[in-house]
Write a protein that binds this ligand. Structure first.
Ligand SMILES: Cc1cc2nc3c(=O)[nH]c(=O)nc-3n(C[C@H](O)[C@H](O)[C@H](O)COP(=O)(O)O)c2cc1C
Length: 335
């Protein structure tokens, strides 16, 4: 897997360690809630960094696959897995590498995390923090967020009692050869006001595109999103409060973005992640000839994608924010 990050400003501190720390958050084999693949995902910086700092040249980072077991995918050679990308890839390209999914595999997200690390280093300089957690797993959800608990549990939930119930659910579903989905919440703390654009490049539109481009993501809502649609305007509005110098509202149901532009309040949004489609439980499907066949999928699939997709969504968020920060800078230089 590789990533080339072009257009990164020079003199940003970047070490192999900071990239590796974020890759370790994403990699498989972390717990029995993720795929058993034993990949260390060790990264190599190939270009663009000198004496621990970016030079302004394109940054190239590589991770070599180690624990490859292509034979596990042999049974899938002529079969379309329900709700995976096998059928659409075959239809579109007329050729399909069945040995692991290629670009439709979760491994593709390594490159997003590598790019996101560079973006996170830029954000750190501006004191902007991105954090994500599992807001719901298999329908098990909670109200109060305990941030200190997120990295202490394999599902990255932010509530201990909900986590215990969700873990029991994941374990029993996994034992049945089945999978679960969930909802990820991302919070951006201390974002600058004025990021985004008023028409096509609205900040939430870019965030939605970035998140929806990740495999298994099937929904996006900014702030209170869908639940706002059931309220009256008087209940849904975020009243402004008097605060000289910056915008402040009593609540933040709009997720920190108005008219496509950040208000300066925290930005928050949620992403729906579907249950892993590759399940061991027997399923009915079709082969490449269109004949009905029975399918039992082997291989080391994630029983739930949510905990592993969180660092990927954090990375995508960081990339979008940095793009908008750089765009604002370019505009200021022009005027
Ligand atoms: C981090 C990550 C890990 C994933 N792991 C698996 C997996 O083990 N098995 C699987 O069938 N799909 C997995 N997926 C989901 C597939 O990539 C995705 O469902 C597939 O490409 C079809 O795309 P769609 O679900 O967005 O339509 C994973 C996705 C991510 C982001």
């Amino acid at each position: 897997m590789g990533a080339v990050i072009d257009g990164c400003p020079p003199n940003i501190g970047l070490s192999k360690k900071c990239i590796q720390d974020l890759l370790n958050k994403r990699r498989p084999g972390q717990s029995n809630c993720t795929s058993e693949r034993k990949e260390l995902d060790e990264c190599e910086i190939v270009s663009g960094v000198f004496k621990g700092k970016t030079t302004g040249a394109p940054i190239t980072i590589l991770v070599r696959n180690k624990d490859v077991q292509s034979k596990e995918y042999e049974t899938l050679k002529d079969i379309f897995r329900p709700s995976h990308a096998d059928a659409t890839y075959a239809q579109k390209y007329g050729i399909r590498d069945h040995r692991g999914g290629g670009r439709s595999s979760g491994r593709e997200t390594i490159s997003r995390v590598m790019g996101g690390t560079v973006a996170q280093e830029i954000l750190k300089q501006q004191n902007i923090e991105i954090m994500g957690f599992a807001r719901s797993i298999g329908g098990e959800t909670f109200e109060n967020v305990d941030e200190s608990f997120i990295e202490k549990n394999p599902l990255r939930m932010a509530d201990e009692s909900s986590f215990k119930r969700a873990l029991a659910h994941v374990e029993s579903v996994k034992a049945e050869g089945d999978s679960l989905g969930g909802i990820v919440e991302i919070r951006i703390k201390n974002p600058p006001a004025g990021l985004g654009a008023p028409v096509f490049d609205k900040l939430e539109a870019d965030l939605a595109k970035a998140c929806m481009s990740v495999g298994a993501v099937k929904g996006f809502e900014i702030g209170e999103g869908f639940s706002l649609s059931a309220k009256k305007g008087s209940e849904a509005n975020d009243p402004f409060v008097s605060n000289l110098g910056s915008l402040q509202t009593e609540r933040n149901a709009n997720g920190g973005i108005l008219g496509g532009i950040s208000t300066g309040e925290d930005i928050w949004f949620r992403v729906a992640v579907k249950p892993t489609s590759s399940i061991a439980k027997p399923q009915k499907t079709v082969n490449t000839k269109g004949e009905a066949v029975d399918l039992e999928i082997e291989g080391r699939h994630d029983p739930i994608i949510v905990p592993r997709v969180i660092p990927v969504l954090e990375a995508m968020t960081a990339l979008v924010l940095v793009d908008h920060i750089l765009m604002n800078k370019a505009l200021q230089n022009e005027s």
